[in-house]
Design a protein around this ligand. Structure first.
Ligand code: TRP
Length: 335
């Protein structure tokens, strides 16, 4: 039986936080344990270049994100774990796809449109501060996906449009040059939580409301204590469903623990007590991986060797596909 190929990338800007863990990394690692799944997970470092002009930060983020996946137990014998920039065929394919991507389609990309709109609202030139990387972002993402003929692309809601664009671009190519690409689909798992941050909005680096995944135990406790709550006193019943404390609890607890906490809210658990329990729960799940994470951060050679091994496996496939693409479009030796 043909295995289902699942692929997803993480842009290497910033330090992984609880939201990345619950929403992307934990489910991806779980999926990779399924015998019917062939998983490709990668560091999207060329994507990071679009918004990051600080080389030190990009390097550090790549290291942190790689160490995070390994510390959390990604089995690199099963999953192909690699860095985008180690696969030059992705860059080659990006150009070929750029020539097959309608400019009108790119004009409609949400991230680009939002940047234009922000400029207009600020009374600036619509193109102010927009580089071609931002404009062409969906083409690079299409190359990431199509180069491995991946089918299932687990992403957050904000990335669905990009996967649909990859599908469009692949379809257009196939139409002109013959069936080379498998067409991908975005997979959005509604059962996976989109975690709230300290202020109750979606946990996101851009809101500055994150809880870093592998900060020290003390700092984790401090962060959890900073989660915004209301002024209800101990003994007063509290609404679990509007509470960030409860929402994060749900993302880590068993069904049984969720029910217990729901009852505790109804009978007026103090916020301090609820946060203490939340800290213990989250810390218990993360503590063993945290130790591995810090050991890995001290051993960059090991991280690098894992990525190189992944790159070798990935390139084997990428090179074969790229050869077909070149042949299909008429690039290559004269014969
Ligand atoms: N654009 C994605 C994000 O920022 C990351 C990404 C890059 C990706 N290439 C991809 C995700 C290919 C899925 C498939 O979240």
């Amino acid at each position: 039986m043909q295995k289902k190929r699942v692929l997803t990338g993480i842009t290497t800007t910033g330090t992984p936080h609880l939201g990345n863990y619950v929403g992307a990394i934990r489910p991806a690692i779980e999926a990779s344990r399924d015998d019917d799944v062939d998983s490709f997970y990668f560091l999207a470092d060329y994507h990071a270049l679009i918004k990051c002009e600080d080389p030190l930060q990009l390097r550090e983020s790549s290291k942190e994100i790689a160490a995070t996946w390994l510390a959390l137990g990604l089995d690199t014998e099963r999953a192909v774990f690699y860095r985008q920039s180690d696969i030059p065929e992705i860059m080659e394919l990006t150009w070929v796809l750029t020539c097959n991507a309608a400019k009108g389609l790119m004009n409609r990309a949400h991230a680009y449109k939002a940047a234009v709109q922000a400029n207009q609202e600020a009374g600036e030139d619509p193109d102010f501060g927009i580089n071609m990387g931002l404009f062409s972002y969906p083409v690079l993402m299409a190359a990431d996906i199509l180069i491995f003929n991946a089918i299932d692309i687990p992403v957050g809601k904000d990335q669905i449009q990009h996967v649909e664009m990859a599908r469009d671009i692949g379809q257009r190519f196939n139409h002109h040059f013959g069936e080379v690409f498998t067409l991908p689909e975005a997979v959005v798992d509604d059962s996976v939580a989109v975690l709230q941050g300290l202020d109750g909005r979606k946990m996101s680096k851009s809101y500055g409301n994150t809880i870093p995944l592998f900060e020290t135990e003390k700092r984790l406790q401090k962060s959890i204590n900073k989660i915004k709550t209301n002024l209800l006193e101990p003994g007063e019943p509290k609404d679990p469903d509007s509470s960030t404390v409860f929402q994060i609890w749900e993302a880590f607890a068993s069904d049984h623990q969720v029910e217990d906490m729901r009852r505790a809210f109804a009978s007026g658990i103090a916020w301090g007590e609820a946060k203490k329990k939340l800290f213990e729960l989250v810390n218990d799940e993360l503590a063993p991986a945290r130790v591995r994470y810090h050991a890995l951060m001290e051993d960059p050679g090991f991280i690098e060797s894992e990525l190189q091994r992944g790159a070798e496996r990935a390139r084997e496939q990428a090179a074969a596909l790229m050869a077909r693409v070149r042949d299909a479009v008429g690039i290559g030796p004269i014969h």
